[in-house]
Design a protein around this ligand. Structure first.
Ligand code: PGA
Length: 257
């Protein structure tokens, strides 16, 4: 992390877990863990299932925890059965949205082009975006990690202005490390986050690149967070499994703050 230039952000990605009642319990448990701790040094986000948003926003009110969603559609409204628009999220008190998570790409046909459309729609609605990029295991083994994450980043940011980059967080999530217990080494995470930062510098300028929060995600946990977050280019984490356990999530937050 380099807090001189950018904000460290720890975001939980709850995925398809927790009912509204369980969401309140988990938010309250995280709040209790953070009680009396100075968390002003980092941003804290919980990205929750759509049906949990209302309960989570109310439970988190007055605490440092902000609520995010896990996806949104690019149209404002219309005949898109099962979808949720960015405006709807804003109306529910959501501040952040994850876009382009590898599980969306892998299981729900998300492409770089639809990721770009969703990013633009979310920004337009006033949401902050956690944009996920990352290579598959085969791509890493082929030695094309840099090309893959560069391409994903460039396409996702098409039409995003330098001014709007203030509302973009990028999460580097190697697909092989998500939910597998296999973490990228701190050096691997730092290297690819650095590659992404160079891509942002090329698209905009060094000043935008320096100010952009680039997280690592993929089996980050209470044990390995310190080493990962100690790296210059790793400005926080997008955390799945460990974000569902309040003490572990709080340990990661404390390591970043
Ligand atoms: P994980 O998930 O921490 O369970 O690996 C990370 C993510 O999918 O964002």
């Amino acid at each position: 992390m380099n807090k001189e230039f950018r904000k460290a952000i720890i975001a939980g990605n709850w995925k398809m877990n927790k009912t509204p009642a369980e969401a309140v319990e988990l938010i309250n448990a995280i709040k209790a863990e953070l009680e009396g701790k100075d968390t002003s040094g980092c941003g804290i986000i919980a990205c929750v299932p759509y049906v949990d948003i209302d309960a989570a926003v109310k439970a988190a009110a007055g605490s440092p925890i902000e609520i995010g969603a896990e996806n949104c559609h690019w149209e404002k409204s219309g005949a898109y059965t099962g979808e949720i628009s960015a405006d709807m999220l804003v109306a529910c008190g959501v501040n952040y949205v994850i876009i382009g998570h590898s599980e969306r790409r892998q299981y729900f046909g998300e492409t770089d082009v639809t990721v770009n459309k969703r990013v633009l729609a979310a920004l337009e609605a006033g949401l902050k975006v956690i944009l996920c990029v990352g290579e598959l295991l085969e791509e890493r083994e082929q030695g094309i990690t840099a090309e893959i994450v560069s391409m994903q980043t460039k396409i996702a940011l098409m039409g995003v202005t330098a001014e709007q980059m203030k509302n973009i967080i990028i999460a580097y999530e190697p697909v092989w490390a998500i939910g597998t217990g296999k973490t990228a080494t701190a050096d691997q995470a730092d290297e690819v986050c650095g590659i992404i930062r160079n891509v942002v510098a090329g698209l905009y300028c060094d000043c935008v690149a320096k100010a952009t929060t680039i997280q690592y995600g993929g089996s980050m946990n209470a044990k390995n967070c310190e080493e990962l977050l100690g790296k210059e280019n790793v400005d926080g984490g997008l955390i799945g499994g460990a974000s569902l356990k309040a003490p572990d999530f709080a340990t990661i937050i404390n390591a970043a703050c």
